[in-house]
Design a protein around this ligand. Structure first.
Ligand code: NAD
Length: 260
């Protein structure tokens, strides 16, 4: 369905981004992977995806905290693919602490990686999309783009910022065949969530098991984690022509969390 299209998925060496990259490749898109990790493991994933779906899969290790690095990645994608048709801004990190104890460098890193990187990739992707009169930008936001939780000041601020960027960009490119949407997942069991369980336990003074049952899944009426496959299917749908009138939305995929 997406054969002939080329995609970048930032932060796609694990978790949700990897699931989305798998989903796009399965639809026939060429994919640029990005993110950190073990070089051998990343090469294994790259070769596996390319072989499984007979598409071009390349890897670029650009740091999403660094504007110049992002510019280099977008230039590499233009060289590999002739331009990016599908941009998925997914790279993200988390840190959990009360505001008065929140490390300033963590605030800066979260705003850079979770918010500013999407501004840079978007501004650099739009000219090619406009020239093609087709483009799909999908920002992986969070239920935290719509509601807040205590101890996540930087993350919630960045994700609310992504919702604003999504709406603004959607308005600017609406007449050019380009859609810009945010997907807002509830909790997905990835390394980002695993790492915050001990932090949440410390900030709240409860056990790690209580964090899973009383904090994470308590927010999600379905009482189950969202899966990376469900999110990949959502992104694939937003990339179809059937979704061409869907733009500027913040789409919860959160097991009912934000219905509260
Ligand atoms: P993850 O830790 O499994 O994956 C994060 C990815 O981002 C990895 O590939 C990592 O290498 C990459 N990354 C981190 N810092 C980077 C940097 N500076 N430059 C380039 N790449 C970098 O986490 P995940 O849960 O898959 O998170 C992916 C996105 O989904 C994030 O934006 C996160 O906020 C969002 N999200 C996650 C959940 C959840 O419950 N897991 C819920 C809602 C939204």
């Amino acid at each position: 369905m997406l054969s002939g299209k080329s995609a970048i998925v930032t932060g796609s060496t694990s978790g949700i981004g990897l699931g989305i990259a798998r989903g796009l490749a399965a639809q026939g898109a060429n994919v640029m992977l990005n993110g950190f990790g073990d070089a051998n493991e990343i090469e294994h994933i790259r070769a596996e995806l390319a072989g499984l779906h007979n598409v071009k899969v390349v890897y670029n290790g650009a740091n999403m905290a660094d504007g110049a690095s992002i510019t280099g990645m977008m230039a590499a994608a233009a060289e590999e693919f002739g331009g990016v048709d599908i941009l998925v801004n997914n790279a993200g990190i988390q840190f959990v602490a009360p505001i008065e104890e929140f490390p300033v460098e963590k605030w800066d890193a979260i705003i850079a990686i979770n918010l500013s990187s999407a501004f840079h990739t978007t501004r650099l992707a739009i000219p090619h999309m406009k020239a093609q009169r087709w483009g799909r930008i999908v920002n992986i936001a969070s239920a935290h783009a719509l509601v807040a939780s205590p101890f996540k000041s930087a993350y919630v601020a960045a994700k609310h910022g992504i919702a604003g960027l999504t709406k603004t960009a959607a308005l600017e490119v609406a007449e050019h065949g380009i859609t810009v949407n945010a997907v807002c997942p509830g909790y997905v069991m990835t390394s980002l969530v695993e790492k915050q369980i001990p932090e949440q336990a410390k900030a709240r003074g409860i056990t790690e098991q209580q964090v899973v049952s009383d904090v994470l899944l308590a927010a999600q009426p379905t009482k189950r984690f969202v899966t990376t496959e469900e999110l990949a299917a959502t992104v694939n749908f937003l990339c179809t022509d059937a979704a061409q009138s869907i733009t500027g939305i913040t789409l919860p995929v959160d097991g009912g969390w934000t219905a509260h």
